[in-house]
Design a protein around this ligand. Sequence first.
Ligand SMILES: [Zn+2]
Length: 249
Amino acid sequence: MQKLFFLFLLILLQPLLSYAAGTDLKPSELKTIIIDPGHGGSDKGGEGSDGILEKDVALQISQSLKNKIIGRIKLNAVMTRDKDYDVPLEKRVTIANTSNGDLFISIHTGSAYSDEISGIWIYYMDYEAGGDEFGEIDTDDIEDEKKDVDMILKDMARSSYVNEGTRLSELFQKNLTDIIPDQKLILKPAPISILKDVNMPSVLIEVGNITNSEDVKRMMDKEYINKIADAILNSIKDYSRVNGRESLK
Ligand SMILES: [Zn+2]
């Protein structure tokens, strides 16, 4: 009975708790986008047959995206690295969380073991996809009255980031399909640790498979890099449109 009452109270207080947890961010009020170019420095990431490196492709797209965000939609863009150097995962998370990012976009290439695999992969955070590693977020825990309010607020914030990250990933899918209709596209939930640790909605994109020769050809083409950055930019603009509000120009 006590449990039920507690749950009822939680439901009543949800809007207030959401506000307190800072999860009521209106997408139209985006200020800062965090761009995370994967790998860097001694960590080359995937490597293609003609010497093309994942870390370089990730940085090129990130820089193009940053210029478009600042130049075209006048938001702040913070990169977790802007040159070719090592940045540990924890540092990337710290940069994102201390820069008050509103969205986190991690950019990689795929490096599948099979060179026959091609396409763009878009990953959004899902605690339930793939095992126990992220088991600490258990929705049943919400029913535990002993759990302190702080933990509940954190869980609520996280589930809001997951929902919003999923929405953003669907917009990636839509805009990439519009701009690069001939490239295969896969949208996938995954419990990726960097997506879990940032305090904001997050998406990780692999812009092509670096061990596939067709994808490598694309990734070496400046126009392709530009199109990927455009599609991500359009996704951010679409994300900012909510309930008929005017989107970013
Ligand atoms: Zn990678």
